[in-house]
Design a protein around this ligand. Structure first.
Ligand SMILES: Nc1ncnc2c1ncn2[C@@H]1O[C@H](COP(=O)(O)OP(=O)(O)OP(=O)(O)O)[C@@H](O)[C@H]1O
Ligand SMILES: [Mg+2]
Length: 239
């Protein structure tokens, strides 16, 4: 469904991504992991169109979307959340979630889709509250609802569990398995290794912008290059 070929991104002299190739199929949960600064957010930004990559191709259902604007990619089924939430703070929860679906529905369908997303993420009771009065966990659920309201085919999540409580993380995992079971694919960027190991079926590991390993969680955990990337230089994987 998604195929990335030799993706590269440079910021001045910093090679945030170099020669990264990977593929994503429907109905699976993937993890994209690596130490701080490895290029994980840059990869999500390039796939969803927040940035234009310096090299390589992004094939989505066989079409090269590398230069498509992000709204066009969103409309074609690529949805995301942001590492540092990107909500409209003064707008209500309902208004924020509606923003994720205006391209996908007529007026009647829009209202129904937003109500369903608010229910799915336990947001019905706060639907009319402005986002800036809510807890971090609730605001993260608003972003998840906005990202999923238009029923995307691939959901790219940048550290969705950071700052969540244990029960919120369990709830998050349940929602993601439901999404996967309905045929959706997830690419999860996350530092919480117990969450990554329990939720993801396949992992990609970045280090200094390069893909250093890919495989099942068990294969990746046993990979010496991965162990060196996380522990070799004294990095703390669970920062
Ligand atoms: N807009 C930018 N301008 C300059 N450098 C950037 C920019 N965005 C990212 N970088 C650099 O690219 C590299 C990769 O950054 P990126 O944010 O993708 O890492 P990450 O894997 O998401 O890290 P973290 O786990 O800390 O979120 C880093 O060296 C970062 O400083
Ligand atoms: Mg990041």
């Amino acid at each position: 469904m998604l195929e990335i070929q030799q993706l590269g991104m440079s910021f001045g002299g910093v090679h945030a991504l170099s020669g990264v190739s990977l593929a994503v199929e429907p109905g699976r949960i993937y993890g994209l992991i690596g130490p701080n600064g490895a290029g994980k957010s840059t990869a999500i930004n390039a796939i969803t169109g927040t940035i234009v990559p310096s090299a390589g191709r992004i094939l989505w259902h066989g079409r090269d979307v590398s230069r498509w604007p992000q709204h066009r990619r969103a409309r074609s089924g690529l949805a995301r959340t942001f590492q540092n939430l990107a909500l409209f703070h003064k707008l209500s929860v309902r208004e924020n979630v509606t923003c994720g679906a205006i391209h996908a529905h007529d007026d009647a369908g829009l209202r129904a889709a937003v109500d369903a997303a608010l229910d799915d993420f336990g947001l019905a009771e706060v639907a009319d509250e402005p986002v800036n009065v809510l807890s971090l966990g609730t605001r993260k659920r608003v972003e998840m609802a906005r990202a999923t309201v238009a029923k995307p085919k691939l959901l790219l999540l940048d550290e969705p569990a950071a700052g969540l409580t244990g029960s919120e993380i369990t709830e998050f995992s349940t929602r993601m398995r439901e999404f996967r079971n309905r045929g959706g694919a997830v690419l999860l960027v996350e530092h919480d290794m117990s969450l990554v190991m329990s939720l993801c079926e396949h992992l990609f590991v970045l280090d200094f912008g390069k893909l250093i390993a890919a495989g099942t969680p068990i294969e990746v955990r046993a990979n010496p290059a991965v162990q060196a990337a996380y522990f070799g230089a004294g990095d703390d994987a669970d920062h």
